[in-house]
Design a protein around this ligand. Structure first.
Ligand SMILES: *Cc1c(COP(=O)(O)O)cnc(C)c1O
Length: 464
């Protein structure tokens, strides 16, 4: 093995294309049907227009994009995806995806090991965290028909929406000042006896807060409820649990004791969109998936993913891309952990700088790699105005100078809980939020802080 360096998709692409062409050439030749012929000049024009239209985006790939949960897939994932996509296997059935179904089993074993799941777990990849969560909630409904879902008030909105889809009532459990689900409020809700499943979010989408899973599990068990972990965003922080606050790490280590878990490789796993995963500890839930399909499963007696998932067609290329990525970046501290950790450190460093700032103040301490902060103002309406102006000013400059941030809506009560008392002349107001999910953010933090402070001063002046 040689020495490590950055690689580009461009340099990996010839192998991804040529290798598959050689494979195809081992079969007999055939002519492309004239109906599929195109005018290459026209295609060139279309692609040129595509590239031009794609310019209408924020630069998600750039470390100065520190806004939402967006980052480009790794070139290894892209090359593996493109290589596989040329054959377009469908991991719905083994017949449609022999090689990539096997790869999916391999990556699932690695995800299960990351969460310390038993070797006889049940699980599969999905198109998204949404469908993965839907499946876990659906299993809960089948186990306890008529029961309700309890999730934190800060949980992803998907749980309330999927509750509607499934005809299950949902209850938002209030959060504490750190954004974590309140155990007292949960216990009161569990005491009603109507909760069938508690959803613990490890890494809320807004704040990156980690619900107290290790304490939720015994409470839920005492009331006969299942526990589902939504760690779509945060799951890969399990690898670096040792580096997190002990209290945060304790909850990541409790994932193994929950009934099901969702993680999105298309968030922190370097994958292109279309890659979520759901795992269950207990195989007996397989009984809910039984269905007849005379037209799909025929050439194998082994279990097809289509038999154990809600979705039907699913890209084998996703499994291949994740498989290749985990070969290069295994789920260890030195592997993918080395990519996740710098973002965490960047968040801690920036939080420290903001705490000492005379123009900005932290909203709360970042538990993962998402920071939230606000300008030092006196009223809610002022907060909203200045925050919005910071967001706009930071991005409204020459491209190399731009910093892209995001905003997050809070109430006076949420601010008060964090010791920030503002005149309540509005019911809500925006604060600043940055997701630091690229390792390249870390060295840029002092500079980004300097810029954001400067834009904050200008935003304050412009709105007063
Ligand atoms: C992103 C996210 C989801 C939704 O997943 P998608 O892959 O966007 O469908 C659900 N829960 C949490 C905590 C998330 O961060």
């Amino acid at each position: 093995m040689g020495h490590k360096r950055a690689v580009t998709l461009e340099e990996l692409l010839p192998q991804a294309i040529q290798g598959i062409q050689t494979l195809k050439d081992t079969y007999g030749q055939w002519e492309v049907h004239p109906s599929q012929h195109v005018d290459p000049d026209q295609v060139e024009g279309v692609l040129a227009e595509l590239v031009e239209r794609l310019d209408d985006n924020f630069p998600y790939f750039h470390p100065q994009y520190a806004g939402q949960m967006l980052k480009p897939p790794h070139p290894v994932a892209m090359a593996a995806y493109i290589a596989t996509m040329q054959l377009n296997p469908n991991n719905h059935s083994i017949d449609a995806s022999r090689a990539t179904t096997a790869m999916e089993h391999e990556v699932l074993d690695q995800l299960a090991a990351m969460f310390d799941y038993p070797v006889d777990y049940m699980g599969h990849l999905t198109w998204s965290g949404t469908t993965a969560n839907l499946e876990a909630l659906w299993v809960s409904r089948e186990i306890a028909p008529g029961s309700a879902i309890a999730h934190s008030a800060d949980a992803h909105y998907t749980h309330a929406r999927m509750g509607e889809v499934l005809g299950m009532p949902t209850v938002g459990i209030p959060t504490e000042a750190d954004g974590r689900m309140s155990l007292d409020a949960l216990e009161r809700e569990l005491a009603t006896g109507r909760i069938g499943v508690v959803v613990a979010t490890l890494g809320t989408t807004g704040l990156g807060a980690v619900d107290p899973l290790a304490d939720i599990i015994p409470l839920a068990r005492a009331h006969g409820a299942r526990v589902h972990v939504d760690t779509a965003y945060g799951g890969f922080f399990s690898i670096i649990a040792d580096e997190l606050e002990p209290e945060t790490a304790r909850h990541f280590r409790a994932i193994k004791d929950a009934d099901s878990v969702v993680v999105d490789p298309h968030k922190h796993g370097l994958q292109p969109y279309g890659c979520g995963a759901v795992l269950f500890t207990d195989q007996s839930i397989l009984r809910f998936y039984h269905h007849e399909s005379p037209y799909t499963y025929f050439a194998s007696t082994e279990r097809h993913f289509g038999e154990i998932q809600l979705e039907c067609s699913r890209a084998g290329a996703s499994a291949a891309a994740l498989w290749a990525t985990l070969k290069v970046f295994p789920l260890t501290k030195q592997g993918l952990g080395g990519i996740v950790l710098p973002g965490y450190r960047a968040a801690q460093t920036w939080h420290g700088l903001i705490a000492e700032s005379d123009i900005l103040q932290p909203y709360q301490r970042p538990e993962l790699d998402i920071i939230t902060y606000l300008p030092r103002v006196t009223s809610m309406s002022e907060l909203d105005r200045v925050s919005h102006a910071i967001f706009e000013f930071a991005a409204d400059t020459t491209r190399p100078q731009q910093t892209h941030l995001a905003t997050y809506v809070v109430t006076p009560a949420q601010l008060r809980a964090r010791g920030i008392h503002l005149e309540e002349d509005a019911e809500r107001g925006r604060i600043m939020r940055s997701v630091l999910m690229k390792p390249e953010h870390e060295p840029l933090i002092p500079e980004m802080h300097h810029h954001v402070s400067m834009w904050s001063r200008r935003a304050y002046e412009a709105t007063h």
